[in-house]
Every structure is written in structure tokens, then in C-alpha cells.
Design a protein around this ligand. Structure first.
Ligand code: SF4
Ligand code: SF4
Ligand code: SF4
Length: 240
């Protein structure tokens, strides 16, 4: 073997039996003059350095793993909700989209903060489980809408934002809940005490979402939700 030696220090992990490394002549000379204690101390330093390098490597690896996980989390798209309602007086969806300029005046006018802006097209929507429509006197949202995408409704009963639907599977009326009944501003909900079932009168429901909001505040799972199935029926047409 030229210019190399077999390191055989049993206490040095860098050397270890059978590992080969090159030594400079001077170093070899110096090495041969070293006392056994000096040699052990040099092995200790190498061990220490090796441990430090290994632990630095682990730290860097952990950091990279954490950073990548955070980046992945950040890249996840927002959950897109489609269960929104249009504010009261809204035209049918096609005409509403033609008329609404996205000015946001109705959002500002709503004293309850019920109207939010849909990210996709910046149009006004209501998420009834978060904040329903309280069917204000004089409907300030409608009054604020200059482009008339929201049209005057006359009376509360002429509002047609959607219709409430009860999931009998999720409804806890069997255990005595009837919280939504008392909160409905149009008395569209009643409880059949013989069968302990909640019923919605579609002719009275205006889709304000107060029942959905109420249900969510008292139950783990929302059993009454508003579908916008019949939304946008012009107020005059609803009772025609
Ligand atoms: S009626 Fe009142 S609560 Fe409902 S959206 Fe209009 S301003 Fe808001
Ligand atoms: S006020 Fe009328 S036009 Fe403006 S965002 Fe509201 S609905 Fe659209
Ligand atoms: S049933 Fe619900 S959505 Fe319909 S009017 Fe009553 S509270 Fe509003």
C-alpha cells in the first residue's frame, strides 16, 4: 500500500479496523511521535467532530421536512363552498349575474353583516349557517342596489331566497329539540308532536336561513338547511 496506512484504533470511529486514509509524511512523522494519551485525545476530537456533523445533518433534514410540510399546507386550495344564497330580492341567477356590478353597496348596507362577497366573481352571497338574513324592515340592501340586481319585494312573505329542507336523519326533534320553530320569522316551521317530526311549509318559507343558523348553534350537525332551488323567483311570481 503506497502513501496510506491501515488505521486500527479501536476507540476511533473515523479510523476503525480496516478503514484506510492517507496521511501526509509530516503528519505520519508527528503521529509516530505522539504518546498514547495524545492519540486517544485526538480520536476523541474526531469523534466529537463527527457527532457534531451528524447532529447538524439531522437538524437540517428536520428543518427541510418541516418547511416542505408547511409549503404543502399553504398550497392546499381553500374549500370552496357552494351552499350560498343571494340576498333578498335577487333576480334569477342568470339575470342577477347580468345586472350585478359587484359594487358591494348591499354588503355595506346590511346592518347584520349577513352579506359576504363570493371570491370567484365578487358577487354578494349569504352563508346562512354563519349569518342568516334577518329580513330587515325596508330591506336596506335592496335600497342600496342601484343597478337593480336586487328588486323591491314589498312584504317579507314575498322574499324568495330559497327553501328550508329538514334532514330527518340528522334532526334531533325526537329528543325534544324544536329550536328552529320559535325562531322562524314567517312561522313556516312546525312540530308534529304525534310523530315528533319537524315540518316546513314551503308556501311560507322565504329562505332567510335563520332556522339553519339556529340549528347549528344548538346541534352538532345541522339538520335544517336552505336550498336555493327556487331562489330568484320574482317576488310577484311567487304567490301568483
Ligand atoms: S334584509 Fe337586512 S339582514 Fe337581510 S341581507 Fe338585507 S340588510 Fe342584510
Ligand atoms: S348592491 Fe346590487 S349591484 Fe351592488 S353588489 Fe349588491 S347586488 Fe350587486
Ligand atoms: S323555515 Fe327557515 S328559512 Fe324558511 S322562513 Fe323559516 S327560518 Fe327562514
Amino acid at each position: 500500500m503506497r502513501g496510506g496506512v491501515q488505521a486500527s484504533c479501536s476507540r476511533c470511529c473515523l479510523g476503525g479496523t480496516g478503514s484506510t486514509y492517507r496521511q501526509r509524511p509530516n503528519a505520519m512523522a508527528q503521529s509516530s511521535q505522539n504518546s498514547p494519551n495524545e492519540s486517544v485525545s485526538s480520536c476523541g476530537r474526531r469523534n466529537f467532530l463527527k457527532q457534531s456533523v451528524v447532529s447538524l445533518g439531522v437538524t437540517v433534514q428536520e428543518y427541510v421536512k418541516h418547511r416542505d410540510a408547511e409549503a404543502e399546507k399553504g398550497e392546499k386550495p381553500d374549500h370552496i363552498r357552494t351552499d350560498w344564497l343571494r340576498p333578498p330580492g335577487a333576480l334569477d341567477e342568470a339575470h342577477f349575474l347580468e345586472s350585478c356590478t359587484g359594487c358591494g353597496e348591499c354588503v355595506v348596507a346590511c346592518p347584520h353583516g349577513s352579506i359576504r362577497v363570493l371570491k370567484e366573481n365578487e358577487t354578494p352571497v349569504i352563508y346562512p349557517d354563519e349569518k342568516p338574513c334577518y329580513l330587515c324592515d325596508a330591506f336596506p340592501c335592496i335600497a342600496a342596489c342601484e343597478p337593480e340586481a336586487l328588486r323591491p319585494v314589498g312584504t317579507v312573505n314575498a322574499v324568495a331566497m330559497g327553501i328550508a329542507v329538514v334532514s330527518q336523519r340528522l334532526c334531533t326533534s325526537g329528543q325534544g329539540c324544536n329550536a328552529c320553530v320559535a325562531q322562524c320569522p314567517t312561522r313556516a316551521i312546525d312540530m308534529d308532536f304525534a310523530s315528533m317530526i319537524i315540518r316546513v311549509d314551503g308556501n311560507l318559507c322565504v329562505g332567510c336561513g335563520i332556522c339553519e343558523y339556529t340549528c347549528k348553534t344548538v346541534n352538532d350537525q345541522v339538520a335544517i338547511t336552505v336550498s336555493r332551488e327556487r331562489a330568484g323567483i320574482l317576488p310577484q311570481a311567487k304567490h301568483a
